[in-house]
Design a binder for this molecule. Structure first.
Ligand code: MSP
Length: 509
């Protein structure tokens, strides 16, 4: 069978400020999906990067007193550092200030122009620099102090400037037809309705260039204009595939399998982006999934509260994999959630230290002390062994189903159902009592537990790559660690290294 392609992207992050929990969340979720697909044996291309142009970034550079390029070099490096700390397995990191991207953005502009979808006019209307978005009057809200604000709460300003427009209005029907023919394109379903209603209510042509500042990609043939930052940014997903040369080694990854985005940027990905692609005669991505937002200890993260959470100190304090686990276990993906130290510590202690960690430690240290520190011989299976092994055998398929729906918490729930069943099994079978009375039976019980732990560790590699690799080392599993190895038996008699605890309990004052 030919390999299945899986091209997954995160949004490219604005470099107007330092990376925080929200960015780490999108990247970690994408990383789990990329790793899962690699475990499945798929041909994965995982892209992340930084969005470096536009008025907001230019203003941040000015505030920092440095040239925009110097500023974006610095902040982009910080985002790359966050990706490294979070063990994000991206295959490429794109920066919109790179020459390859400038070339791609200008090429798509020319293509849209050639196809008759770009015209010169004048923009007169509301703009929010914080959101880098144009708003209609009827979308705005009035704040208590009488000023107008974007639906996101961001300040807006009245802008009058010459501008090129993209004929978005020409795509209303085609977009509606596309959504109808591809009901899985936008997820979760509540977002599908939101986008659908927005398009149905009528699309106005979109301003796609600015003249009031210069930090952007010049419009080809009219250097008084720079491209609107979203027009520039969305193209990154194509740049990384080699666009405009769609014959290179990466071209086969387009169209993307999945754009992962936060809920506030669904409109850009599910309306503007498919319209640009249609206008450029390019195939559309398969799916756009919108996830929710984190608050911190009940509050929105904001500059005024100064409560942005940098994940790196959390990783230093609690360990990387526990933090990754928490982010994807605590909140059903798609919903909003609240981050608190208490919730993080609670999860680490109950699910990891007392749950998986305890099961692994009980089994492995018992084998090290009482079963010759090797994978025990399987012997003759009894009913309780078969029941537990059958449950383990069903896990990959259950997790596969949940991962396809991006229901990370369900994938983890299913895995913990198996862990709890194994806990009950070890209590019931009491290998410590069998040691003297029936060593053969003891070995069968320990073999069964090793097999279950191997299944759990293989599946969880997507979520906790470092620690699950260690657990697989403790189980004597070889270098090949994809889902396919679960169809092969454990190597009885294989010598096992001395195990150590995986998840220390956290004592919190
Ligand atoms: N530059 C644009 C994306 C362009 S993609 C072609 C952008 N950048 S961003 O830096 O503002 O945000 C990127 C991602 O971070 C979004 O997916 C967003 O949802 C996520 N988060 C930012 N704050 C967040 C939370 N508080 N909680 C969860 N995710 C949030 O938008």
């Amino acid at each position: 069978m030919p390999k299945q392609y899986f091209y997954i992207t995160t949004p490219i992050y604005y470099v107007n400020g330092a990376p925080h929990l929200g960015h780490a969340y999108t990247s970690t979720a994408a990383d789990v999906l990329a790793r899962w697909n690699r475990l499945e044996g798929h041909d994965v291309f995982f892209l992340t990067g930084t969005d470096e142009h536009g008025q907001k970034v230019e203003a941040a550079a000015r505030l920092a007193g440095v040239e925009p390029q110097v500023f974006t070099d610095r902040v982009s490096a910080d985002f790359q550092d966050m990706a490294r700390v979070m063990n994000i397995s991206n295959d490429d990191f794109i920066r919109t200030t790179e020459p390859r991207h400038k070339e791609a953005a200008q090429a798509i502009w020319l293509k849209l122009q050639e196809n008759g979808f770009i015209y010169l006019g004048k923009y007169e209307g509301w703009y929010s620099v914080r959101d880098e978005a144009f708003y209609d009057e009827d979308e705005l809200t009035i704040k208590p102090d009488g000023t107008k604000a974007a639906p996101t709460g961001a300040p807006v300003e009245w802008v009058i400037e010459p501008s090129y427009f993209f004929k978005l209005s020409a795509f209303q029907d085609r977009l509606l037809e596309f959504y109808a023919a591809n009901p899985g394109f936008i997820a979760p379903p509540s977002k599908r309705n939101e986008v659908h209603n927005f398009v149905k209510s009528g699309l106005r042509d979109l301003s796609v260039s600015r003249t009031s500042f210069s930090w952007g990609i010049p419009v080809p043939g009219d250097e008084a204009h720079v491209m609107y930052v979203w027009m520039d940014a969305l193209v990154n997903y194509l740049t990384a595939c080699g666009y405009p040369d769609m014959t290179g080694p990466r071209a086969g990854y387009w169209p993307a399998s999945l754009h992962l985005v936060g809920k506030e940027i669904i409109r850009f990905h599910a309306v503007y982006w498919p319209a640009f692609l249609m206008a450029a005669d390019l195939p559309l991505p398969e799916r756009v999934f919108s996830h929710g937002w984190w608050t911190v200890e009940g509050e929105k993260m904001s500059k005024s509260l100064g409560n942005f959470i940098d994940v790196r100190p959390l990783v230093a304090e609690f360990g990387l994999d526990p933090v990754r686990y928490f982010l994807l276990r605590e909140v059903p993906f798609g919903n909003d959630g609240d981050f608190s130290r208490k919730a993080l510590i609670g999860r680490i202690n109950s699910d990891l230290a007392n749950g998986l960690g305890n099961l692994a430690q009980r089994t492995l240290s018992f084998i090290a002390k009482n079963a010759g520190a090797v994978v025990p011989p399987k012997g003759e299976l009894c009913e309780p062994d078969c029941v537990l092994l059958a449950l383990a055998g069903e896990l990959p398929e259950k997790v596969r189903g949940a991962m396809t729906r991006l229901a990370f918490h369900e994938a983890l729930d299913e895995t913990w159902r198996l862990i709890r069943a194994a806990d009950g099994y070890i209590d019931h079978q009491a290998p410590w009592s069998l040691r003297k009375t029936d060593p053969e039976r003891m070995n069968t019980v320990l073999y069964t537990l090793c097999a279950v732990l191997r299944t759990v560790a293989v599946v969880l590699q997507a979520f906790m790559p470092e620690l699950m690799n260690r657990l697989l080392d403790y189980l004597g599993v070889g270098a090949e660690r994809g889902l396919a190895i679960l169809d092969t038996p454990l190597l009885e008699g294989m010598a096992l290294p001395a195990p150590a605890g995986l998840f220390p309990r956290i004592q919190d004052a």
